[in-house]
Design a protein around this ligand. Structure first.
Ligand code: ACO
Ligand code: ZN
Length: 456
């Protein structure tokens, strides 16, 4: 069997509920192992992290499609015929389930729902109205700042968003498995570890200094010399077993570069950029008797002209979907609060990044709105600016979240936020599940004014 790279055909895979399905996939590479062929496939409508090597019996050769000629012209967002950042289908469904990928048109509310009471029954739904005391609001395209659509390449992050190097090599995962402390990690994407390490079955990392080693023996030898039991830098937060360390990308270059290499394994839409000097790294750890184990991190530019308060953010896979991502996000906004600034994550966001930010923004804003008290029987009032100042969430992200939640209504020249019973109950349920929270009292952080320092 000989296939042309770039051909498409249905390939057998198991879906999330372990059922067989045959999604269309593109063949990116072929290799021969002991006379047996393996094919590296990208499932067209799925995120690249699901790309994998498959045996020939999983290919539906009868339905093979040859590459179309016009597909060879470079596309805006990567390679011909590929959708490098297409979310997993289940994720897409939940990300857009409310259909809020575009600004929601402002809706009129019937007059009878404006009785001078705060809680009001309307169409069997309990409504809570808040006056949004902004006279102009929705003229700007607030989606631009917070959706996951890739923007033009920019050299602004330690892992810079730039697809121009997205060739056949960097499109494929190159590291099979990473051992990090007690975890084995399966990388999702390419990471520029030295070429000679890519043929290893397992790449070993020192879980404390993140140095990479080619064998268990080398790691054991390293561990006899490496004294670190926590990330370098200052511990600026500790509550219970959770700590945050602040690491200067200039002072701890080796650690920062090793962290970027590890992070790249799980970040697709960014290209590694070796100059870590302009960044700070905030590493979150969980403590046990053996030391402070890395759970996740985010990087942050020392100075951002675009109000970015996060460049890259990652929860290591063994810790994902347990609330640590939102804990990292919450921490990033606590830093912004101490700085007296509003902030926003660097764009583009990944599919999972968008889900996590959406969830954090929604919960944070709803918390504020539901705490508003009415005075003298009047409906409570708040402005976008006030929400932004209290939360440190940039104005554009506040607006896009209110639109995403479909809270904004317009009536007689006034914007009204309508909190339905569903919204209130959903929010209360979600908050009961949100156990991991940052305690600002445990944060010991003094921001530096990097602009006064000449060089970082
Ligand atoms: N499928 C569906 N929903 C998901 C998934 C998933 N695989 N992962 C997270 N979510 C949702 C959760 O349901 C949760 O929402 P909810 O509380 O309303 O239910 C929300 O996202 C956050 O979940 P957490 O458990 O707090 O987040 P987690 O620890 O999993 O970390 C993160 C989220 C950091 C985005 C993680 O998925 C990750 O590291 N991904 C790889 C790197 C990446 O994409 N980073 C963001 C890039 S954008 C940037 O760097 C600025
Ligand atoms: Zn070490």
């Amino acid at each position: 069997m000989s296939f042309i790279i770039g051909c498409r055909l249905p390939v057998l895979r198991k879906n999330q509920v372990n059922e067989d399905e045959w999604p269309l996939a593109e063949i990116l590479s072929v290799k021969d192992i002991l006379g047996k062929k393996l094919y590296y496939v990208h499932y067209i409508d799925f995120n690249k992290r699901l790309d994998e090597w498959v045996t020939p019996d999983r290919l539906d050769i009868k339905k093979l499609q040859f590459p179309k000629k016009e597909a060879k012209t470079p596309m805006k967002d990567g390679l011909p015929g590929s959708r490098p950042s297409s979310p997993e289908r289940d994720v897409t469904a939940s990300a857009t389930s409310r259909g809020k990928t575009l600004p929601t048109p402002v809706q009129m509310i019937p007059a009878h729902s404006f009785l001078p009471i705060n809680l009001h029954r309307h169409s069997h739904v309990l409504m809570f109205h808040i006056i949004l005391a902004d006279s102009t609001l929705l003229s700007q395209d607030s989606q631009d700042s917070s959706d996951g659509i890739p923007s033009a390449p920019r050299m602004t992050g330690s892992l810079v968003s730039d697809r121009s190097h997205d060739d056949i090599v960097t499109r494929m995962k190159n590291i099979d498995c990473i051992e990090l402390g007690r975890h084995r990690l399966k990388p999702w994407y390419f990471s520029p570890y030295p070429q000679e390490l890519t043929s290893l079955l397992i790449l070993y990392l020192c879980e404390f200094c993140l140095k990479y080693l080619k064998s268990l023996k080398c790691l054991q030898r390293h561990l006899t010399k490496c004294n670190l039991r926590h990330p370098p830098g200052n511990e600026i937060y500790r509550k219970g077993t959770i700590s945050f360390f602040e690491i200067d990308g200039r002072k701890n270059k080796a650690y920062s570069q090793n962290l970027c290499l590890l992070a790249k394994c799980f970040l697709d839409h960014k290209t590694l950029y070796y100059d870590t000097d302009p960044f700070l790294f905030y590493v979150m750890t969980e403590y046990d008797s053996k030391g402070f184990h890395i759970v996740g991190y985010f990087s942050k530019e020392k100075e951002s002209t675009e109000d970015y308060n996060v460049a890259c953010i990652l929860t290591l896979p063994p810790y994902q979907r347990r609330g640590y991502g939102k804990l990292l996000i919450e921490f990033s906004y606590e830093l912004s609060k101490v700085e007296g600034k509003t902030g926003t994550p660097e764009k583009p966001l990944s599919d999972l990044g968008l889900l996590s930010y959406r969830s954090y923004w929604s919960q944070t804003i709803l918390e504020i709105l539901m705490d508003l008290k009415s005075e003298n029987g009047e409906r409570p009032q708040i402005t976008i600016n006030e929400i932004s100042e209290i939360t440190s969430v940039k104005k554009e992200d506040v607006i896009s979240t209110l639109q995403y939640l479909n809270l904004i209504n317009y009536y007689k020249g006034q914007y009204i936020l309508t909190l339905s019973e569903d919204i209130v109950e959903g929010h209360e349920r979600a908050m009961q599940k949100r156990h991991l929270r940052i305690d600002p009292k445990c944060l010991h952080f003094t921001p530096k004014d990097w602009s006064k320092r000449g060089k970082w």
